[in-house]
Design a protein around this ligand. Structure first.
Ligand code: SF4
Length: 284
């Protein structure tokens, strides 16, 4: 016993202090792609290479519109490889959670040249923001968390990649319970549903019933590219696509799968939704 205590004290705490302190990322870690729309001479090779259709190019009336949907993106890096002009760059950003699906979509418009190339006219200023919102949420959680928050995780048809990261939230490094957040077995005890996977047709009814069984105010978080849009599976004979095709979604967490800190970032963002529904003043 004494030896165990001695070892515990010598090792110290293993828990990372995210979101107060940025996490250590492995050298090979890959976050979301970043797009320099003004410098992007031709988006078509990247759109052709993108395995999920996250990049779309459409031409009409001498204009070319390019859209990038982070809700479909699996952070594979194919677009960076396909863009010879260096306008696409993989970054290490992962804090992409958004409460509005439209915030995950970037658009740019170009004047179309006869040879198929284009010149930039304008691009959207929407899009997910990174570090700042993590800091804002970190301070909000300290001010606002009045009681524990219960989460019911629902696998609506995922490959279990997202589940691996969700399980990691409970390990000593991420320790989600330090926020007073814990996972529960029944939706009847839950404030929040954390839903993974494209919704398979087999799981549609179960998801609807789980949502109906969750007491209000309930918040739904769609996890990963599959949970947001169907991801690599999209919509097909067995898949209905994203979670919001079946039940209303309050927060979207991009990634494939989102790393534990990205999940935490999204869950903390969802917390503010819970508080709004409970009528708690933001500074209460
Ligand atoms: S990183 Fe995202 S946008 Fe780029 S090719 Fe992969 S899925 Fe498509």
């Amino acid at each position: 016993m004494f030896k165990i205590l001695q070892k515990s004290f010598s090792v110290g705490s293993a828990t990372a202090d995210y979101p107060r302190i940025a996490p250590h990322l492995a050298d090979q870690f890959r976050g979301c792609p970043e797009f320099d729309f003004a410098a992007w001479k031709d988006a078509r090779p990247a759109a052709d290479a993108c395995p999920t259709g996250a990049i779309a190019v459409s031409d009409r009336d001498g204009l070319r519109q390019v859209t990038v949907d982070y809700g479909r993106c699996i952070f594979c890096g194919e677009c960076e490889q396909a863009s010879a002009d260096g306008a696409v760059r993989m970054t290490r950003h992962f804090e992409l959670a958004a409460t509005d699906r439209r915030d995950l979509i970037l658009t740019a418009e170009y004047a179309l040249h006869p040879d198929g190339s284009h010149a930039a006219l304008r691009s959207s200023t929407r899009g997910p923001s990174a570090g700042e919102s993590a800091k804002r949420i970190a301070s909000a959680i300290h001010r606002l968390l009045g009681r524990s928050l219960s989460i019911r995780q629902v696998d609506a048809g995922s490959c279990n990649g997202c589940e691996q990261e969700i399980v990691a939230l409970n390990n000593p490094v991420h320790d989600i319970e330090r926020f007073g957040i814990h996972f529960v077995a029944s939706p009847r005890h839950a404030d929040m549903l954390l839903v993974t996977g494209p919704v398979t047709r087999n799981m549609e009814l179960a998801l609807r019933k789980t949502w109906a069984a969750t007491p209000t105010p309930k918040v739904v978080v769609a996890v990963g590219a599959c949970g947001i849009s169907g991801g690599i599976f999209a919509t097909n004979y067995a898949s209905l696509g994203g979670v919001d095709s079946v039940i209303p979604v309050d927060v979207y967490i991009p990634g494939c799968p989102p790393r534990p800190e990205a999940l935490l970032h999204g869950i903390l963002l969802a917390l503010s939704q819970v508080r709004q529904r409970m009528g708690v003043h933001p500074r209460g």
